[in-house]
Write a protein that binds this ligand. Structure first.
Ligand SMILES: Cc1ncc(COP(=O)(O)O)c(C=O)c1O
Length: 399
């Protein structure tokens, strides 16, 4: 055997850049569910972070038209002007005090990329970024990849998973430079009340802390109106960045369009970063997202229909799960997840593994920083939801 063949079998020496890199646990579990399905096993998949429903036709058609018209070349890095304007106008229409300035908008390949761009431009080694838990796991890893330190601030079932200013105050140090919030929350479904959002905005302002508010589930709220936004706060200081997109409220996860809205200086820097990584988001997708956000009547009808179906599903999910003696779940006020508390001697990670064997895929609380819980997506068709929950009941009740 020659030396080259041996060398190729050595493990790759990765750089220290990726020491903190954890693959997405949620996508990992979903991939296992898909693998099992491919072997012919019947699996109801409740792991997904997306709506199982099709993208509204009016948005898809705009994407198709863009391809047919040959709009398939590089975009301006921060996004096509039509979409930057549509996103700015959308925020102006759906919040109380958004600035409606397209130059404050950066279009990226999903909220994930917009978030990473902003984090990377603002934070680095020595900085501490507060992340309330339970949390979408990406915040912790994305912060760590910038070299900054994520500081987890626990919330609890008892306080409705709402972070308090007191909890933030005790986690704050002279290195605290950022706070990432997410309302409605993935995974808990908690919606921050308007007074809390206002308190957090002002607390960040007082302490020179950047507030990144991930509002990707804002329109998927079951309280009768959109969840309170940082842009509903009137005297908002200039260190707030709002993250939103079309992935969830318009069932467009695969189109990969999200945006950041914030001070022009940051948006420019984040766009410079994007110019050296992806050159911007896919152009046909940008046209589809432009339609999704700007065709007001169709937009509101599409969101209202999703909210109607999801509202029914969340009620159904709660009713069934609360009928299982070892489970307790609260009606989520927003988002697409049931976050169920499990009273069982086994760790939730093991229960999730066993549930997968029993034919239903859901996520354990561990990757979200909250062992003892299961996260189940209720944004699936009613029949799948009923069947999935039935499998959970039968397994946990030992039937
Ligand atoms: C809280 C939260 N933010 C952002 C995202 C990702 O959004 P996008 O698909 O637009 O990157 C997700 C997806 O699961 C999410 O749950």
């Amino acid at each position: 055997m020659n030396e080259r063949v041996l060398a190729s079998r050595d493990p790759v020496q990765f750089s220290s850049n990726v020491d903190v890199l954890k693959p997405s646990a949620t996508l990992g579990f979903a991939a296992r569910a898909r693998e099992l399905k491919a072997t012919g096993k019947s699996i109801v998949d409740l792991t997904a972070g997306e709506l199982a429903f099709p993208t509204p036709e009016y948005a898809s058609q705009a994407g198709i038209r863009a391809i047919e018209e040959g709009r398939t070349k590089y975009p301006p890095t921060p996004g096509i002007p039509e979409l930057r304007s549509a996103a700015a106008a959308y925020l102006e229409e759906t919040t109380a005090h958004a600035p409606a300035d397209p130059s404050r908008i950066l279009i990226s390949a999903g909220v994930k990329q917009a978030l990473f761009n902003c984090l990377y431009c603002l934070f680095g080694p020595g900085d501490e970024i507060l992340v309330p838990t339970p949390t979408w796991p990406t915040y912790e890893t994305a912060v760590a990849l910038t070299g900054a330190t994520p500081v987890l601030v626990p919330t609890s079932w008892e306080d409705g998973f709402l972070v308090s200013v007191e909890a933030l105050e005790s986690a704050r140090s002279d290195r605290t430079r950022g706070l990432v919030i997410n309302s409605p929350s993935n995974p808990t479904g908690a919606v921050y009340p308007a007074e809390l959002v206002e308190e957090l905005v002002h607390w960040c302002g007082r302490h020179g802390v950047w507030l990144l508010s991930d509002e990707i589930y804002r329109r998927l709220s079951y309280t009768g109106s959109a969840a309170p936004s940082v842009y509903d706060v009137e005297d908002r200081p200039e260190h707030v960045i709002l993250l939103d997109g079309v992935s969830k409220a318009f069932a467009m996860t695969g189109w990969r369009i999200g945006f950041a809205e914030g001070p022009v200086e940051i948006i420019r820097k984040a766009s410079d970063l994007q110019s050296q990584t992806t050159s911007g988001a896919a152009v046909p997708s940008q046209y589809a997202a432009t339609a999704a956000l700007s065709r007001t009547e169709e937009r509101e009808a599409a969101v209202a229909e999703f909210v109607r179906v999801l509202d029914r599903n969340r009620r159904l999910g709660c009713e069934v799960l609360n009928g299982i003696p070892s489970i307790e779940v609260r009606l989520p006020e927003g988002g697409i997840y049931l976050f169920a508390k499990v009273t069982d001697d086994r760790p939730s990670a093991r229960i999730a593994e066993e549930l997968l064997e029993a034919g239903v895929a859901c996520l354990p609380g561990e990757p979200f920083g909250s062992p003892g819980y299961l996260r189940l997506n209720f944004a699936v068709d009613e029949e799948s939801l009923r069947e999935g929950l039935d499998r959970v009941s039968r397994y946990l009740e030992g039937i």
